[in-house]
Design a protein around this ligand. Structure first.
Ligand code: 9MR
Length: 375
């Protein structure tokens, strides 16, 4: 039994979905549940450790595996935190996801300069070679390229990052091939955000991403799957169930697996009661997972942290400005409530929305694979 008091109020049908946690619900349809973790928090907070052990099968270093963290200066490799996480994962029977090899926001400054100067792929090959083999089979999935799409810049929708600048659009296929050399068995995926809403920018991102995946498949690149980050945002309204369903069907039709990689919810209404805020978050997650989990190609769900205490989603100055005059009693809005556990590690309605969706939403029978055809 995980929760106590008001946090359990919205619990639905507890007997069927079981009391054993999110991973236990996920395995019903052969899926997994997991979470991003910050290695230091895991070390210092026994409650978090306990929750992670109970709820998760896959752990993801929230930032500690980024290139700029691992190699802050050329040749100065520091693997300490990831080695600790690996030891924790092995001791507790968990697997890790490699987050993330190439991401425009995590390239160390020295590498940007060196790439620009030498235009030498060996720098990438050397980096992959020092990181990937070190973790062997504990890392069953590598995000090889993170966030490669940025609509509105180029006709192919690719983000103008240092890799594109130096190596051209082919850098993605090259990175996949390079990763495959070091990780013959792992799932190699591309990870992307902003794919859930019926908004111009997200429509374009879905379109350009599908085109990219088609090109990669057609070229025979070793791509196994797509990671959809799923940073839901109540300020944007509701996700588009039909757009998400269509998009995932297209991805699945290419023979790719799909993983929800960074699920969380940014709230819009911080002045509502905690119960109402939790309901809004849980309803949106339910709406999203209803569609996503009916897609058979979806292998699992990871949230971007387990508890609101450890969320990157902070209540910002802009949020406070939107609610000027509220909280005059000094109580304040507390944390953003967009993760399964509250800041005291108690399960919230979002927890039960995820658990029930993992347990009850039955994957649709698989459609026959469509032939990939790109104009
Ligand atoms: O949550 C992460 C935060 O702690 C880091 O400071 C930041 C930079 O490394 O990255 C955040 O995580 C991002 C993830 O790596 C990629 N998708 C968007 C996530 C939220 O910004």
């Amino acid at each position: 039994m995980l929760c106590a008091g008001a946090a359990c109020a919205l619990r639905v049908d507890p007997a069927s979905a079981g009391d054993e946690g999110l991973e236990a619900a996920a395995v019903r349809w052969g899926r997994f549940f997991g979470s991003a973790v910050r290695v230091n928090d895991l070390k210092t907070e026994p409650n978090l450790r306990e929750a992670v052990i109970r709820e998760c099968a896959q752990l993801v270093p929230e930032f500690e595996m980024n290139w700029n963290e691992i190699e802050p200066a050329y040749g100065q490799l520091s693997f300490g935190k990831i080695d600790d996480l690996t030891a924790f994962a092995i001791a507790n029977g968990k697997n890790l996801r490699g987050h993330t090899l190439l991401w425009h926001l995590s390239v160390p400054e020295w590498a940007v300069e060196m790439l620009r100067e030498n235009q030498d792929w060996n720098l990438i090959a050397r980096y992959f070679g020092s990181v990937i083999p070190r973790y062997g089979d504990v890392i069953g999935m590598w995000e090889v390229v993170n966030e490669p799409i940025d609509p509105g810049q180029r006709v192919d929708g690719l983000r103008e990052n240092i890799f594109l600048e130096v190596f051209g659009p082919d850098y993605i296929a090259r990175a996949l091939a390079q990763a495959r050399r070091f990780a013959p068995k792992a799932q190699l995926v591309i990870n992307e955000y902003g794919l859930e809403y019926d908004l111009p920018d997200e429509r374009d991102r879905r379109y350009f991403l599908l085109k990219l995946l088609e090109r990669l498949k057609r070229a025979g690149a070793p791509l196994d799957g797509l990671g959809v980050q799923a940073h839901l945002d109540l300020r944007k309204g509701h996700i588009s169930q039909s757009a998400v369903a269509r998009f995932l069907q297209e991805v699945a039709a290419m023979g790719l697996s799909i993983t929800v990689t960074e699920l969380d919810v940014k709230e819009a209404d911080y002045v509502a009661t905690a119960e109402e805020r939790d309901r809004q978050v849980a309803d949106e997650v339910r709406r999203y997972l209803d569609v996503v989990l009916s897609e058979r190609a979806v292998t699992g769900v990871t949230t971007w942290g387990l508890s609101d205490l450890h969320s990157w989603l902070e209540i910002t100055k802009d949020d406070y400005a939107r609610f000027a005059g509220a909280w005059t009693d000094g109580a304040g809005p507390g944390f953003n409530r967009g993760l399964p556990l509250d800041s005291s590690m108690r399960a919230k309605p979002m927890y039960f929305a995820i658990r029930d969706a993992l347990w009850y939403v039955k994957p649709r029978p698989q459609k026959r694979r469509k032939k990939v055809a790109v104009p």
